[in-house]
Design a protein around this ligand. Structure first.
Ligand code: PLP
Length: 284
């Protein structure tokens, strides 16, 4: 596999980042994951816009222009022959010569790393047919989840807790309400209304979330962006998650309890179809 590091395209075995890199030492880094369908990038502009915001919230220097980032994404997709899959991008605050909590001065350039992962049949996941099971866990992440940092240890722990219970993912609960999944936004459907947590520091503003809410509105579906409780979720007719790599994925079980018939619901199925169709059409 060919990866990108600070201006160079290299075989992954030859790619290097300093041991003093703040991404490695302090999780002082932000990232984006852009999905690839039919060799094209899905919602690239949405991901670069969010990347700019993450960088700016952390006063982190920008590693490249949007045009350069697009060119690098395309070059990696082409060199690795990616038909369906994803491009991972990470920017760190670079590698000063000494470990120090204070940010280094502007002479230290940011580190930019990108790589691809092939996922043949990404849009045709078997999990979309059965639906997934989630468990609830307390949300013990930091309070700036709107910034897409690489501090992913608690979400990783959440995934492991889910796995240990035979589930696929965890929904995180704070003050009695569902914030989001470990790496996705969470939704419930009650009657004809889709409910998902409103944006703010407590959740990541998903790029897939924005697209799905737009498609839902265009299809005359009712959407409420507001906090919802775990009890509301357990009493919902259906549920689903969204993220760049899972698109829209039905949730059929929460904490071992089936939602509705325990099968993917019509709203999730419909939104998944629309999202994949529109994403293929608009991909660049
Ligand atoms: N929420 C969290 C915590 C995430 O990590 C992610 C994606 O990685 C999302 C939501 C979904 O965001 P997107 O749709 O941009 O992939």
């Amino acid at each position: 596999r060919i990866v990108y590091v600070n201006g160079d395209y290299l075989p992954e075995s030859e790619a290097k980042v300093s041991v003093f890199d703040r991404g490695f030492l302090m999780a002082d880094a932000v990232y984006e994951v852009t999905s690839v369908l039919g060799g094209k990038l899905v919602d690239f502009d949405g991901h670069t816009t969010r990347l700019r915001r993450s960088l700016s919230e952390l006063d982190m220097p920008s590693p490249a222009t949007d045009e350069d980032l697009l060119a690098i994404h395309r070059e990696l997709v082409a060199r690795n022959g990616i038909e369906d899959g994803m491009v991972y991008l990470q920017v760190t605050r670079g590698a000063p010569s000494e470990r120090d909590f204070a940010y280094p001065d502007a002479s230290v350039p940011p580190t930019l790393v990108l790589f691809t992962q092939a996922k043949p049949g990404l849009a045709d996941s078997p999990l979309a047919r059965t639906g997934m099971a989630v468990i609830s866990i307390p949300d013990q992440r930091w309070a700036r989840r709107d910034i897409k940092t690489v501090q992913l240890l608690y979400p990783s722990m959440g995934k492991m807790m889910a796995k240990a219970q035979g589930a696929d993912d965890a929904w995180m609960i704070e003050d009695g309400v569902v914030t989001e999944g470990t790496s996705n936004n969470a939704y419930i459907v009650k009657g004809d209304t889709i409910v998902t947590r409103d944006l703010g520091p407590h959740i990541l503003a998903g790029i897939t979330r924005a697209a799905v809410l737009r498609f839902a509105a265009e299809s005359q579906m009712k959407v409420e962006e507001r906090p919802f409780t775990l009890d509301e979720a357990l009493a919902a007719d259906e549920a689903f998650i969204t993220s760049a790599t899972t698109f829209v994925m039905p949730v059929v079980r929460i904490d071992g309890r089936d939602l509705g018939a325990g099968r993917p619901g019509p709203v999730a199925i419909r939104l998944r179809e629309i999202y994949i169709e529109e994403s293929r059409r608009a991909a660049i």
